[in-house]
Design a binder for this molecule. Sequence first.
Ligand code: FES
Ligand code: FES
Length: 162
Amino acid sequence: MKTAITLRVNGDAYDVVVPPQRTLLEVLRDKLLLTGSKQGCDKGDCGCCTVLIDGEAVLSCLTLAVEAQERDITTIEGLADGDVLHPLQEAFIRAWATQCGFCTPGMIMSGVALLEKNPTPSLDDVRRALGSNLCRCTGYVKIFDAVILAAQMQRERAAAQP
Ligand code: FES
Ligand code: FES
């Protein structure tokens, strides 16, 4: 049996027909072709499938697509404003926080959820917020540096606004 649902992703509405057991991650990647959210462990261990639902960081591999109806879903594809990267995306580049890049979308989404709640996070705050995101390459230090840098960039952008 399949169910017709509408998902609101990055500000756009998508009508899809899915079996009730289909995960949000599967629908994002396979139906909507939004492949930025990565399918790593597919069981809640690695964090690379993290998206925002109503501003909260959520593991999309553990979320059924039908549960995500009527909610605002944001994926890594929805962060940039046209050609202007989100400060955390830019900070990842500046801080050399990416190696293979597989964990990067999930790290960034967890970092964005943190910065939206806490614009001046301490290093411990960053460690806690990204504690469910695994990286096999970087050793984490540059990733944490990037989140702290992004917080600073956000404050500078805000101060520069008239
Ligand atoms: S793919 Fe979702 S936590 Fe690993
Ligand atoms: S950069 Fe390779 S897993 Fe994190």
